[in-house]
Design a protein around this ligand. Structure first.
Ligand SMILES: [Zn+2]
Length: 414
């Protein structure tokens, strides 16, 4: 492992690589620091290619070892060339990073695998999290695999699929009557009360967040070790976007990808919870918290922990942030399914609808190589799209009945 320790993002103070997440001097967030010279000397495209087909092929750039105990095979998801979608949006080279194929159907498997591997190294026996759903699914599955006790906190109004996809692994599932921001606050208090619990996105957050860098690593490797020109990323807490930015930077730093213009990074939010997009369009230097009201529950975080850093990453890369309505995100889900055969959850619909909006505005351009991150499976949020799809045609089991109901109509279509 090439970890030098932890460092405060604000004041730069150094800390040991323990379960710490906040600077005790300035309350800034802590970040993992690496010895990039040593990584550059030890790591090559060939050594990575010889690694497992999972996030662990990039272990040299991650803050934990994989001893197999937690591993469900997170990562190395398909990067799909999306020509039919590109044609509809008036774009040129467009790719979808299809993270719906992860073990529990979302990108959260990347961050949880790293957080719980590190938690075990630090001696934790209990896994915990505050979740909008996908994280709950992933923590429960990975903890079950590792034989760790687990306790998971979610807002009580979560989609049914995400509740069952958590309960099936047998955790203590606690539904909190409040928003995700309420759940998160409660879990911050519980972390102080129960220092022996590894809350993956509270006291283990520094390690957890690093897992998202693998979304950048894989994209570059799958493009033949080239960075894309422009990526579009959904924004909830803002952590994923900032870590994708960090991932592309690190690849250049250790010489795996050649220099060139920085990757433009754009962010996608739902209008019913768009504090970061609002700060971008309002030219503010702060992110004002909001009360979420959107069906895109997995990114409905009104007070995003990394909101300011996401805003900064977007601005400094020359990208943009935009928000779409619930109706638009449902159309985004249907558009991606219809053109590329990928069924995304609501956050994926937000990403595709925002991509469409930014393409129409000329922010995402046809001369760019573009990657859109689709981070969760549609089966998790089936109630969002169910009212917007055509019901089946019901017939009796005879040719006559089929011809009468549908036959000629089907033939006529191209
Ligand atoms: Zn500090």
């Amino acid at each position: 492992m090439f970890v030098d320790g932890l460092r405060c993002r604000e004041c730069g103070r150094a800390y040991p690589a323990e379960a710490l997440h906040v600077c005790e001097y300035c309350f800034g967030p802590l970040e993992v620091a690496y010895d990039y010279e040593a990584i550059a000397a030890a790591t090559s495209r060939e050594s990575i290619a010889a690694g497992p087909l999972s996030i662990w092929r990039y272990a040299d750039l991650l803050p934990a070892h994989n001893d197999g105990a937690v591993d469900l095979g997170a990562g190395f998801t398909p990067l799909v060339r999306a020509d039919r979608l590109a044609a509809e949006l008036g774009l040129g080279e467009l790719w979808i990073k299809n993270d719906t194929t992860n073990p529990t159907g979302s990108f959260k498997d990347r961050v949880v695998a790293v957080a719980l591997a590190r938690a075990r190294e630090l001696g934790f026996k209990v896994a915990a999290c505050a979740s909008t759903g996908n994280l709950a699914n992933s923590v429960a599955a990975h903890a079950a695999r590792a034989g760790m006790r687990h306790i998971v906190f979610v807002p009580a109004d979560l989609e049914a699929g995400k509740i069952v996809m958590t309960s099936v692994y047998g955790p203590h599932l606690v539904a909190v009557d409040g928003s995700y921001d309420d759940v998160n606050r409660l879990c911050a208090e519980l972390t102080s009360e129960h220092p022996t619990w590894a809350f993956v996105n509270v006291n283990l957050r520094t390690y957890y967040a690093e897992g998202s860098k693998t979304l950048a690593f894989e994209t570059a490797e799958q493009l033949g070790w080239q960075a894309p020109d422009h990526v579009v990323v959904p924004v909830g807490s803002g952590s994923q976007l900032t870590k994708i930015a960090k991932g592309f930077e690190e690849l250049r730093k250790v010489g795996l990808v050649e220099g060139g213009p920085a990757v433009r990074i754009s962010g996608a939010q739902a209008m019913g919870c768009s504090p970061v997009a609002a700060a971008f369009t309002g030219h503010h230097d702060y992110v004002r918290p909001v009360k979420p009201a959107t069906i895109a529950k997995s990114i409905a975080i009104g007070n995003p922990a990394d909101g300011w850093y996401a805003l900064d990453a977007v601005r400094s890369s020359g990208g943009a942030l935009a928000a779409v309505s619930d109706e638009e995100l449902v159309q985004g889900i249907k558009l991606l399914a219809r053109t590329e055969g990928i069924f995304a959850e609501t956050a994926g619909g937000v990403t595709i609808a925002t991509l469409a909006k930014l393409a129409a505005e000329g922010v995402v351009r046809p001369d760019e190589r573009v990657v859109a991150y689709v981070t969760g499976h549609g089966l998790k949020t089936i109630e969002a799209v169910a009212p917007a799809v055509a019901p089946p045609v019901t017939i009796s089991p005879s040719l006559e009945s089929f011809d009468e109901a549908l036959g000629a109509d089907f033939e006529e279509q191209p």
